[in-house]
Design a protein around this ligand. Structure first.
Ligand code: NAP
Length: 245
């Protein structure tokens, strides 16, 4: 799967799934644009990529969002693929005093920012007949933990957006797909203040293993490639079978 001369923006490229995806795209010849806030982690991923463009940006910040598209166009002149991956997990209960702040943070990062960045990138994706891959979650389809309801709402929004946008952009030849991972070993739980070791999920996984970031990265590359040229509006579950239970 060659992505030679393709320009690929990956949000949340400083860690986990986004980092793995960026490295895989780079190995296939893409010009990768790495978006994230943590400069040390971004630099570490950049060392594993060929000529990456690093953009330190907060996806929820309107000016940063405009700047990430503008810098990509200034540097490369086009956008072929947008991977909307940046996301956070926060736990909440409807009884928490600050539950609305948690809800807003999840919607802002996981859904509103994704919508806004997509809006800004679409005119360029129409020019290249490019495509979008949104990273959703199985939590948008089931309730794996009652404390993840707001997170699940944000990801259910991503699923619906994926379908609606796929339909709208089909007339321009722009494809839009989503991937819904199950548990994948990344920093996301630690970033949410959850110390649960990933291995705790293993007994619940029909295939007997927790996902690795590369599992999702390979699927992103497939969906973004010409091999997936007839696929749009689809949400691929990649969860080691956990939703079968
Ligand atoms: N790991 C799982 O089990 C799992 C399962 C289902 C879905 N997902 C989804 O997969 C995606 C990637 O998560 P991950 O597991 O790889 O988590 P991770 O290791 O915590 O990485 C999250 C990435 O998102 C970026 N990010 C978060 N908020 C941001 C903001 N405001 N501005 C810019 N970048 C931001 C982080 O960058 P900085 O910290 O540098 O800002 C980081 O690069 C998320 O959308 C998540 O919901 C993960």
């Amino acid at each position: 799967m060659s992505f030679a001369n393709k320009v690929v923006i990956i949000t949340g490229a400083s860690s986990g799934i986004g980092a793995a995806t960026a490295i895989l795209f780079s190995q296939e010849g893409a010009n990768v644009v790495l978006v994230g806030r943590n400069e040390i982690k971004l630099a570490s991923v950049a060392r594993k990529c060929e000529n990456p463009l690093i953009i330190k940006a907060d996806v929820t910040d309107m000016d940063d969002a405009k700047r990430m598209i503008a810098e990509t166009i200034d540097t490369h002149g086009k956008i072929d693929v947008l991977v909307n991956n940046a996301g956070i997990v926060r736990y909440e209960s409807i009884l928490d005093e600050n539950v609305l702040e948690t809800f807003d943070a999840l919607i802002d990062t996981n859904l509103r920012a994704l919508f806004n960045i997509t809006r800004l990138a679409v005119p360029y994706l129409i020019e290249t007949k490019g495509n979008i891959v949104n990273i959703s979650s199985i939590a948008g389809k089931i309730v794996p933990d009652s404390r993840l309801v707001a997170y699940g709402i944000s990801k259910a929004g991503v699923d619906n957006f994926t379908k609606g946008l796929a339909l709208e952009l089909s007339k321009y030849g722009v494809r839009v797909n989503a991937i819904s991972p199950g548990p994948v070993k990344t920093d996301i739980l630690e970033n949410a203040g959850d110390e649960t070791p990933w291995e705790c999920f293993t007994p619940a996984m029909p295939l007997g293993k927790v996902g690795e970031p590369d599992d999702i990265g390979h699927l992103v590359l497939f969906l973004a490639s010409d091999k997936a040229g007839s696929i749009t509006g689809v949400d691929y579950v990649c969860d080691n079978g956990v939703m079968l239970k």
